[in-house]
Design a protein around this ligand. Sequence first.
Ligand code: CAA
Length: 379
Amino acid sequence: MHFELTEEQKMIRQAARDFAQTELKPGVIERDEHQKFPAEQIKKLGELGFMGMMVSPQYGGSGMDAISYSLVMEELSKVDASASVVISVNNSLVCYGLEKYGSEEQKQKYLVPLATGEVIGAFCLSEPEAGSDATSQRTTAIDMGDHYLLNGTKNWITNGNSASTYIVMAQTDASKKHRGINALIVEKGMEGFTIGLKENKMGIRGSDTHSLMFSDVKIPKENRIGEEGFGFKFAMATLEGGRIGIASQALGIAAGAYELSVQYAKERQSFGKPLADHQAIQFKLADMATEIDAARLLCHRAAWLKDNGQPYAQAAAMAKLFASETAMRTTVEAVQIHGGYGYVKEYHVERLMRDAKITQIYEGTSEIQRIVISREVLK
Ligand code: CAA
């Protein structure tokens, strides 16, 4: 066992680190304040090959490994989790799912522009009454012979308005329960598809989260991913990889808050010496550093298992559970270390604290991760 990154992985990490400092940091406070989508920055991330990181070059991707993906997610999330969630959903939930389970035609038509960053994708599973309980899909896709008729509402959809390609889970045969669910590719602009209100969120305010409404939208049969009734398994399998992305996002949020805290503790004087000379602060920094390191090891292990074709559902759930809890604890402590300055926007840590919370909720709450882990443990 060795813990060294390859030269290529180090270079990719450095590219993401530089991008975060030069392109994401300026304007991140303003985008958060005004809920402004980082459109320009996402376009540039696409040019760097970060929108289809793990997709094969054959389909316009960069052919990188999952460890590199985790490194990029960490670095971008240290500075701007609103931008990194766009990267995560596009890579893990949309591109990965299409490359692994899509038909050749679907890959040519939809995956290539998604992987090159020409367009953005969205993954539509959650509903007003089906968040954690994802098998209870109320959105219907009635089989009409050569097409499905899609009706229903999806909620809290990341990239809801900025996307062009949507993967929508819908129930075709309710008698088959989750085995009657299909995953359908829906295009923006299809008749009967409307984008609802943008959510006014606590954190990741730069990302655009919307509800989506489908009213008799005709979806050609060739837009179904996989066999009839494969939709739920498709969603679960893509979410496994998605959890590595969100775990790495949580890790980045924690690491970003920690790095700011170390810097601040060295600069800020109190009681005649730097904060860093007070043991109360030293202990906080030691705990933060330890938990962040543990979260990073869990993220990299899950990514390594995925890269090596081994089962990684449990490892991904553990990484997400631990990293998101670490993000929450670390950012709360970072605000505490910054004192009054931590409570105002210019010092970034209050935003990181608000951003941290969503990592305990989306792509499966902490409770869902515990379900996934305990099922494996008790198997
Ligand atoms: N890969 C493939 N198949 C899987 C699977 C996986 N990882 N996990 C489960 N399945 C299959 C099972 O084998 C089973 O198939 P069969 O019935 O044919 O045997 C089927 O799926 C149903 O599985 P379960 O019985 O385990 O289903 P369940 O109802 O008990 O629920 C759950 C399991 C873990 C709670 C699941 O519902 C879940 O993960 N919920 C959370 C959903 C979620 O993460 N939502 C996030 C929305 S997306 C998002 O947040 C994106 C964003 O904005 C950033």
